[in-house]
Design a protein around this ligand. Structure first.
Ligand code: AMP
Ligand code: MN
Ligand code: MN
Length: 325
């Protein structure tokens, strides 16, 4: 990997609608490369949600408008199963990029890089980066430790999901020794809710739905509600965890009307169903327990169609679910 990076201007980038893993890995990678004397710049298409800004104290992550130039020759693409997830066209925006290093943990990764470091057993890209930075023998500091810990704790649902291995916990322990501050991380990410977000959540939960067989629960939000509650990028993260908590529910969905005629759907599953299987029907992807997709259409038109696909998948797996009772 270092031979691909040496002497070249490096772009560190990740998927749009940035989450903790993509922000944490982008910041940690950029800080490590700078420390080693490389010329690296970080980019994300969308704004960093307020709850993650603590992770990037030096404001390393540029937006497309603020990046100083487009002279980068090699790109490190993090936490993205394919290049479309970046939300911009690499070839058009960065025509000098001749090499791509793809570091990811999505099952659906398309191995689009010249070098593909894809480990679908890793709980987060930040877990993979920990191993890489150990090999590079960097000087660990609070910023790198906070960034990597953030990615791991958010992608594992605070070390709850089945992707959490003993290795994940050992890495998290090391990161605390290297300076990760769990109090700052917790208060920034989970104890930092603006009132309007909680108000919107209460409205959304007022209309929560449960399928007849009790195995699917879903929530939705219209563009009008998003605007009325003045919700920003990232404000809807984690709403989908609520329908998943219902006893007996196997699939939880959150259908969001992000723009007029554009829906984004978050899919979460509990035990028998692979969330990527549902997302892939609609051209999306993700992980076994958390996946997503985007489709054109309105809430009224698409809700029924989406539910039909999910119900079919649930019905196929009913034997597995019955054995859990
Ligand atoms: P979200 O529901 O946005 O929190 O996404 C859950 C998981 O699915 C994350 O790992 C995303 O990277 C992945 N994901 C979401 N949307 C898509 C998409 N359109 N294509 C591929 N993967 C996606
Ligand atoms: Mn991600
Ligand atoms: Mn991730």
């Amino acid at each position: 990997m270092l031979s691909l990076l040496k002497g070249r201007k490096i772009l560190v980038t990740s998927h749009r609608d940035p989450d903790g893993d993509c922000i944490g890995s982008t910041v940690a990678m950029t800080l490590a490369l700078e420390q080693m004397g490389f010329d690296a710049e970080a980019l994300n298409l969308d704004e960093i949600p307020y709850r993650y800004t603590f992770c990037d104290p030096y404001r390393l992550i540029y937006s497309m408008n603020s990046i100083p130039d487009r002279e980068h020759e090699v790109a490190v693409v993090l936490d993205s199963s394919d290049l479309h997830r970046l939300g911009y066209e690499m070839e058009r925006e960065f025509p000098k990029v001749k090499h791509i290093i793809n570091i990811d943990h999505h099952k659906s990764n398309e191995k689009f890089g010249d070098l593909n470091l894809v480990d679908e057993t890793a709980a987060a890209v930040c877990e993979i980066l920990y191993g890489i930075l150990k090999q590079w023998d960097i000087d660990w500091n609070d910023q790198i430790a906070n960034a990597l810990y953030t990615g791991i704790t958010t992608d594992t649902g605070s070390f709850k999901y089945e992707s959490t291995s003993s290795e994940t916990l050992r890495i998290a322990a090391d990161l605390i020794d290297y300076g990760a501050d769990i109090n700052i991380i917790r208060t920034s990410i989970w104890e930092n809710e603006p009132y309007n977000r909680i108000h919107a959540l209460s409205n959304v939960l007022d209309n929560i739905k449960l399928s007849e067989d009790g195995r699917i629960s879903w929530i939705k939000i219209s563009l009008e509600e998003i605007e009325r509650h003045q919700l920003n990028n990232g404000d809807l993260e984690s709403f989908v965890d609520y329908p998943r908590t219902i006893t007996g529910v196997e699939v939880a969905l959150f259908i969001k009307e992000m723009e007029k005629g554009q829906l984004k759907v978050s899919v979460r599953t509990k035990s028998c169903i692979d969330a990527t299987k549902i997302a892939s029907v609609f051209g999306g992807g993700g992980h076994k327990r958390a996946a997503g997709f985007k489709i054109k259409g309105t809430l009224d038109q698409e809700e029924e169609r989406i539910l039909k696909v999910v119900q079919e998948e649930v019905d196929k797996e009913y034997k597995c679910m019955d054995s859990l009772i």
